[in-house]
Design a protein around this ligand. Structure first.
Ligand code: ARG
Length: 482
């Protein structure tokens, strides 16, 4: 017998059931739903709404369902969703008593709770993956503090930097992704449970107690908001879109820098593909797939915003269609972090080619102009002009800028020592003097590696503390009647 229908409604059509069910993606909240039910039942018992034997029996059944796993369940779409499937199974396991489990609770507060329980774990997992990746990137950076390369603006040679400095740029942006996710966590880890369908319940339930049992940090007080808001999902999706953008930019650079034209890096074979016709090919397919997959996260954000923007209060079934967007985005981001991490740590760096590019195409022209300012006490704008003229002449006549600059300076009755000019044009010197906070000088990079590493360990501590709280709460729920 279908426990949901049969009172008010006759049977649902099979194709309608398949169209409206959430069972295709409820696997994500299977475990969360069991723990949510456990907390609710324990609270009902503590409040005297359920007898001890009743609560004990239900908890026993729920544990059994958890241990057997979702695959042992009859995922019948006419039951709507995982909440009803679990309840039906519970009735089969422990009998009529199981029908008391839904006292003072609605699927509306239940699903909102489940989503938050699952999402908080996913957020911590993503943060963990990011921390692992950044740790490895910092270790690689340590080896490349003196590995000169050219930095680009407009994808044109700009100024010398080092490979370590470039890596710290990745770390710096992804650190903000970690912070954003941890900040969102505060608004995810709130308990809607006890809000019922939308107006709480007349039963003498204890919202604070279920909050505590499930290790939520606080309640969402207003019961309408609690069951109907999904801004915690929007916020997470926005974070994932931004993180995806940062990862995609890394992929883009891997693709460009590994071309023959740049030739400064080589992606490992295990992250490359070849061509079915061109035997020489080594293609950066993983980075390309990542660049494309990450687009779906942006799409999912827009889909979700659009679903939510015109909903009246409180629960509407539209909300069900929000969740697959969330889970898909999470899968994509976790897989992609692993791919980018893997590519970065197996990357081959061509130091000679990096330095060759850095030394060519006037990447030290800024330092030459700066040197004129310092040594000859002329305004920067004048120096900029003189060096610009020298670069132009050097290109036109195919001569070294070192020789050309002297001629141009002569023209303006200015004079500079050969040694001073050579120093200004030296890529290593260029990097060395750029030693301001966040600059590429090896000493400064060393300092930044240390401070990033320190902060990473702080994030790691925060993530582990949260993980521990969650697993403690699960243990408590499982052992409550032991
Ligand atoms: N499967 C539903 C969802 O994911 C659960 C809540 C159903 N509530 C309802 N009133 N039909 O949103």
């Amino acid at each position: 017998m279908n426990i949901l229908r049969g009172g008010r409604l006759s049977n649902i059509k099979e194709d309608v059931a398949r169209y409206t069910t959430s069972l295709n993606f409820d696997n994500y909240i299977f475990e969360a739903d069991i723990f949510c039910n456990m907390a609710h039942v324990i609270m009902l018992y503590e409040r005297g709404i359920l007898k001890k034997e009743e609560a004990e029996k239900i908890i026993f059944g729920l544990k059994k369902i958890l241990n057997n796993g979702i695959n042992s369940l009859n995922l019948d779409p006419t039951l709507d969703d995982i909440h009803m499937v679990i309840e039906s199974e519970l009735i089969k396991l422990v009998g009529e008593i199981a029908k008391k489990m839904h006292t003072g609770k609605s699927r509306n507060d239940q699903v909102a709770t489940d989503l938050r329980l699952k999402l908080r774990e996913e957020i911590l997992e993503i943060c963990g993956l990011l921390i692992d990746m950044l740790r490895d990137i910092l270790n690689i950076a340590k080896e490349h503090k003196e590995t000169i390369m050219v930095g680009y603006t407009h994808l044109q040679h700009a100024q010398p930097i080092t490979y370590a400095h470039l890596l710290l740029n990745y770390v710096s942006s992804i650190e903000r992704d970690i912070n954003r996710l941890l900040d969102t966590y505060k608004r995810v880890n709130l308990s809607p449970l006890g809000s019922g369908a939308l107006a709480t319940t007349g039963f003498n339930i204890d919202r604070e107690r279920t909050k505590e049992l499930l290790a939520f940090d606080a309640l969402i007080e207003n019961s309408i908001d609690a069951v109907s808001s999904r801004d915690f999902i929007l916020e997470t999706l926005s974070n994932l879109s931004i993180l995806g953008t940062n990862l995609s930019k890394i992929c883009e650079e891997l693709i460009i820098f590994s071309t023959y034209e740049f030739g400064i890096i080589e992606i490992a074979d295990e992250y490359s593909s070849t061509s079915s016709i061109m035997p020489q090919k080594k293609n950066p397919d993983v980075a390309e797939i990542a660049r494309a997959k990450l687009c779906k996260i942006n799409g999912n954000l827009i889909t979700t915003l659009t679903i939510l923007k015109a909903l009246p209060n409180a629960y509407n079934r539209d909300l069900q269609e929000v969740t697959p967007n969330l889970w898909e985005s999470i899968e994509i981001i976790k897989d992609t972090i692993k791919m980018v991490h893997g590519m970065l740590i197996t990357l081959k760096i061509n130091k000679e080619r990096m330095e060759e590019l850095a030394k060519s195409n006037y990447s030290t022209a800024t330092e030459l102009a700066d040197t004129l300012v310092r040594e000859l006490n002329i305004p920067f704008r004048t120096a900029h002009n003189i060096v610009g003229e020298a670069v132009k002449k050097s290109i036109e006549e195919g001569r070294d800028i070192k020789d050309v600059i002297k001629e141009i300076l002569n023209k303006y009755n200015l004079k500079l020592d050969d040694k001073v000019i050579e120093k200004a044009l030296d890529v290593h010197e260029n990097v060395k003097v750029r030693d301001k906070i966040g600059g590429p000088s090896p000493k400064e990079v060393e300092k930044r590696i240390l401070s990033f590493s320190k902060r990473l360990e702080e994030y790691n501590k925060i993530v582990n503390e949260k993980r521990n709280k969650i697993s403690e709460s699960k243990k408590k729920l499982l052992n409550y009647f032991e």
